[in-house]
Design a binder for this molecule. Structure first.
Ligand SMILES: [Zn+2]
Length: 143
């Protein structure tokens, strides 16, 4: 059902300087869709040169964005990304502490325990996999 997810790049911003090394933190964002509808807006945040030790955050606003939709149609889900010796790894984390989840565009904020082990989690990972595979702005995450 989620085959054929495509992404569209919509923005990016350099957001700060790392205290320890002066490197830049960056957020890039975009939209993930399948053949028939938008699935999620995504935001990937990381510090350049710090993927191996700090990983990245992948924040998703999942749901419908079309005309007539409201915040009740959208929810916040957060993933932590790590680059391990065995390759990329992602896990669901509580979205509440992530600043994006306080957007008035969002009706529901998911905690980790509400997502892990559910079919919804598989949908989330499919979206994140598509973002990692297709958004070349975040190629650094893949090592
Ligand atoms: Zn640093």
């Amino acid at each position: 059902m989620l085959a054929g997810i495509s992404i569209e790049r919509t923005g990016s911003k350099d957001t700060g300087i790392c205290d320890c090394c002066g490197r830049t933190s960056r957020t890039v964002w975009g939209l993930a869709s399948n053949e028939t509808q938008g699935l999620a807006a995504y935001y990937v945040h990381w510090t350049l040169g710090h993927i191996s030790d700090q990983g990245a955050n992948i924040d998703l606003i999942v749901g419908n964005w079309g005309k007539g939709t409201t915040a009740a149609d959208r929810c916040a889900v957060a993933l932590a990304y790590r680059l391990l010796d065995t390759g990329p790894a992602m896990m669901v984390i509580d979205a509440g502490p992530r600043s994006f989840s306080r957007s008035p565009l969002i009706g529901k904020v998911f905690a980790r325990d509400e997502v892990v082990g559910t079919p919804f989690a598989q949908q989330i990972f499919s979206i994140a996999d598509a973002v990692l595979a297709q958004d070349d702005r975040i190629a650094e995450l893949l090592g």
